[in-house]
Each structure stands twice: as structure tokens, then as C-alpha cells.
Ligand binder design. Sequence first.
Ligand SMILES: Cc1cc2nc3c(=O)[nH]c(=O)nc-3n(C[C@H](O)[C@H](O)[C@H](O)COP(=O)(O)OP(=O)(O)OC[C@H]3O[C@@H](n4cnc5c(N)ncnc54)[C@H](O)[C@@H]3O)c2cc1C
Length: 402
Amino acid sequence: MDTCPVIRTATYLSGQLYDDCPVRAVKEGPATMSVTNRILIIGAGPVGLVAANLLVDEGLAVTLIEASVDLPRDLRASTFHPPTLDMLERFGVTDSMIAQGLICPTWQFRDRNEGAVATFELARLGDETRHPYRLQCEQWRLGEMLHARLERHPLATLRFGCKALGARQNGSGVEVDLVDGDGTTETLSGAFVIGSDGIGSVVRKAMGAEFEGQTIPEIFLTISTTFDFSSAIPDIANISYISDPQEWFVLIRTASVWRALFPVDSGLTDQEVTAPERIERLLQGAVARPGSYEVRHRTAYRVHERVASRYVSGRMLIAGDAAHVNNPLGGMGLNGGRRKVALDVVQQTTLRNRAMLNTREPDARAAYYADLRRTVADPQAHKAYLMRTSMIQSLRDVASIP
Ligand SMILES: Cc1cc2nc3c(=O)[nH]c(=O)nc-3n(C[C@H](O)[C@H](O)[C@H](O)COP(=O)(O)OP(=O)(O)OC[C@H]3O[C@@H](n4cnc5c(N)ncnc54)[C@H](O)[C@@H]3O)c2cc1C
């Protein structure tokens, strides 16, 4: 059974999990599709695009509504975990992602002063997945491929440059109010609405779902640079979480640049956070070198750990960041999904990763390190850790729920 958030959405819509799902009534083939039985999807991020592709492949008409005029190319997810790559194969995009991306066979916890603490080897998952590695590939690359696939599909209608203002439902359908860039308003009808409209989801609000959790105190600053950190730190893995009681950071290599992520004081303005002098100081702190760093992108994010109180309400569903958000330490936001997994695995893992990176008490740091060293040294524990952090284990656990 498929269990990423949007695949879960599709299984609901296919009636596999949601037995009384009335969508079967509209699954009659393209000839009878009309505006009243289409599925409205709000938000063309990776989750909305995957949901739309799943549904058109199932023979259901979709109208995908996106506020931006173009697909965004911002610095967000780049890590794809093994089961996500397995799931994306059905769209014929995985090989192209691999060709454009960077295969990362290992990832590391490091101490800023001591160096490598633990190196995890994903090849140990060789019997569990067709992709026993993490892939670094910017999420917009996936978005562009999925978008191109929809553009060619007769059951997909794409409405870019249209913002959803609100949604409502009754026993037989849903309505979504839109406004376009000229201020023209319109109301669309459909059989269901999927809110893949990110953290501020209008569908989540229309469902009356709470977004329970916390906001992380620091701002996360993401930078990309052309400097090759492996030239200065030869044993660094392509994905490295670097712990330090004063200033932890993360270094991630993609096919073209290295990405660095630093925590920054949330009292600063956006302009202060992304000031060139701050960025240079942070990068020089990571690796001191003559001359200045060439920086390609910089983005500051406020980070939350929140899960919606429910994902489904009648004919309204939410998926992706609309339903669950977490800190990016572990690359699990886009790869995570079902509510139980978001609460029991993703939040626990990402919060523990943050604690391992920023804990100040020497004894607590030493205990974390000892635990990590024990885990990598024991083949069974090593594999179990990888099964959990790659989310293969939680997919299996969820699949076994009757
Ligand atoms: C710095 C950073 C690094 C990350 N790294 C990773 C990683 O390595 N791996 C990982 O798995 N995850 C990572 N994530 C998380 C990942 O980027 C998100 O989980 C992912 O983008 C969620 O996709 P989505 O489609 O649900 O939402 P989004 O990508 O937020 O897309 C939502 C879309 O909806 C549109 N929209 C919003 N409101 C409306 C409206 N009212 N009407 C119409 N359209 C609307 C938006 O314009 C947007 O296009 C990272 C996040 C950050 C911030």
C-alpha cells in the first residue's frame, strides 16, 4: 500500500481506505467528466502536483489552482529518501531526478571540533528499497517534470495565477472562491477539494482543523555556495549535520553547489538575517578560507513543528505542508505523510536531530555521541536506524494497521 501524503490522498479517492468515498460515483471515464465531478486541487507545490498526477492517472479530472504565475524555484527540499524515490517511479520521473541530482550513499553527524561522530551507510537498505541512498535533487526539478506531465494530460486543467480565497462543502460537492491577478473573482465547483496549499492552507481553515504544535525559536538561514567543502574537509559526507554548542550548521552537497543551513536569532529583521556580511561570517566560521565565498542563493525561513488535528473532513482533504510541517533537519517534510507518522516519527526525529546539534550541556552531548557511535557500530541497530530515518519502517508499520 502507498502511504506518502498524496498517495494516501489518492488511495482515499480510489476508495481503498475510505470505503464510503463517493468519488467512485464520478469515476466513469473522461467522457462524462464535468465541472461538478472534477477534483479541485489548491496549490501546485510538489504535493499538489503529485496528487494531480495520481488522480489523472486514475481517470479522474482535476483542476489545479496555483497562486503563483510560475512554478517557484526557491531553496527548499533537496533530499529525497529511498521510499519516496520508489513511489515516484510510477510517474517515470525518478531516473531523470537521479540523472539531474546527486546520489548520496552516506550521511553523517559531525562535531564542529572533533570531526565525524557517526557515518550512516544507506547501502545497508539494499534489500528493502530499489534506491538505497538519499538523492539530492532540488524539489523544483521534480515540480517541473510533474507539471510537464500534467500539461500533456487531457484530464488536467491548470489555473496558475489564481489564488483560492476560501472553500466550502455540502453533501454533494465543494466550491472554491478564486481571485486572479487582475482582481477578477470566480467560484469553481467540484466533487472534492484537496488542500496542498502549504502552511497557510485555506482548505485546512475551511475544514476547521487545528494546526497543533510549536514554532522553533530560531530562524533557519539557507545559503548555497560554489565552494567545495570536501576540498577542506576530505572525510565529509555529502549530507552532514555539524553539532556545536554555540552554532551548529548543516552542509549538503547537490549536483552543482553546496547548501549550508544555519540557525539565526529570530529577533533580527529579514534584511539583517540575509545581510552579505552575516553570510560571509557564518561561512568563514564553517571553513575559514582566504577570499570570500561565492554565494548563489540565500533564504531565511521561520520553522514550525505542527500537525493538523485531522486531514480529512467530508469532501475536503489536506496533504503536504498544509497538513504537517517540521524542521528540515533530516529532510523529512516532503517525504513524510500520514498523521501518525508525522507525529510519531517525523516530529520525534527532527526534534531529536535539532537537540543533538544544539545541546549545550557537555554530558548530554557526550551521551548523544556515544549513542550514535554505538548505533553505527552495531549492524542491526545501524540498519534499524536507517529504516526509521528513511521512513521505510513507518510506511510498513502504517501498512500493517488493519
Ligand atoms: C529550508 C528548507 C529545506 C527543506 N528541505 C527538505 C528536504 O530536504 N526534504 C524534505 O522532504 N523536505 C524539506 N523541506 C520541506 C519541503 O520543502 C516542504 O515539505 C514541501 O515544499 C511541501 O510541499 P507542498 O506542496 O505541501 O507545499 P508548498 O511547497 O509550500 O506548495 C504550496 C503551493 O501552494 C500555493 N498556494 C498557497 N496558498 C494558495 C492559495 N490560497 N491559492 C492557490 N495557491 C496557493 C503556493 O504558491 C505553493 O506553490 C524543506 C523546507 C525548507 C523550508
